[in-house]
Design a protein around this ligand. Structure first.
Ligand SMILES: O=C1O[C@H](COP(=O)(O)O)[C@@H](O)[C@H](O)[C@H]1O
Length: 249
């Protein structure tokens, strides 16, 4: 596991543009090496802002978008046309504007899909899908980059403090219930699935995130600050603006 590194940018717009450039480079590097790349998207203001910056980047076409596998770290369990779904927002920000291969875009189920209101069944299905795309000996794909946001109480993906979901050690995907942040029902990768990624990037902005950021980077217990448990195999980057970094020494 890698040691977390913090990179601080002057503001949210600069951060989003810098992460977008980093993402394009990571994808093109993976494609140069293996012919394809595997990326896990996040929702939230910063995560969607990064995708908008990717769309606006002059280097957008450096990526072969048809050779990118796209997954989500979590999803708000809502109907498929709901604008609050992380998938909907990612499609509007980027995916609808590039030449992705639909068979390589892997959204988590909606609450009006094949599993109806059963988020647990939808989570099992997503875990099976991940396993079917995993290399031998693994239960999740070889994610090149897994992006995450951070909540004011330290949640990441949809793993909230002091819940059974952040303590999960066996399953790779869980249905999450009674979330303190709406909507109450979600689907999320678990910490073991997140830790299988080569690079984990935690991205957040604003003074309201300063406390959980400092706690996570100070070595908090992931049960209290779930973002503290999000670590990549090769690299863990905390990509922050000055507000979110305000409590770092
Ligand atoms: O609800 C969610 O929020 C977090 C953080 O969002 P932000 O707007 O505070 O950046 C996000 O990481 C997660 O994917 C999303 O479902």
């Amino acid at each position: 596991m890698s040691r977390p590194e913090a990179l601080v940018h002057s503001g949210g717009d600069v951060l989003a543009a810098a992460v977008a450039a980093r993402l394009i480079t990571a994808i093109t590097d993976a494609q140069a090496t293996r012919g394809s790349a595997s990326v896990v998207l996040t929702g939230g203001r910063t995560g969607i802002g990064v995708l908008e910056q990717v769309r606006r980047s002059p280097a957008l076409d450096a990526v072969n978008w048809s050779a990118v596998d796209i997954f989500w770290g979590d999803e708000r369990f809502l109907p498929d046309d709901d604008g609050e779904r992380n998938e909907t927002q990612a499609r509007q920000a980027l995916l609808d504007h590039v030449d992705v291969d639909p068979s390589r875009v892997h959204p988590m189920a909606a609450s009006n899909g094949s599993f109806g209101a059963d988020a647990d069944a939808a989570a099992v299905h997503y875990a099976e899908r991940l396993e079917s795309l995993a290399p031998a000996g693994s239960v999740v794909p070889a994610f090149d980059v897994l992006m995450l946001g951070v909540g004011e109480e330290g949640h990441t993906a949809s793993l909230f403090p002091d819940t059974p979901y952040v303590r999960e050690e066996a399953r790779t995907v869980v249905g999450v219930h009674d979330c303190p942040k709406p909507p109450p029902t979600r689907i999320s990768l678990t910490l073991p699935a997140i830790r299988a990624a080569s690079q984990v990037w935690l991205m957040t902005t604003g003074g309201a995130k300063a406390e959980p950021v400092a706690a996570a980077l100070g070595g908090a217990d992931p049960v209290d600050i779930p973002a503290a448990g999000a670590v990549g195999r090769e690299r863990t980057l905390w990509l922050l603006d000055t507000g979110a970094a305000a409590n770092l020494s």
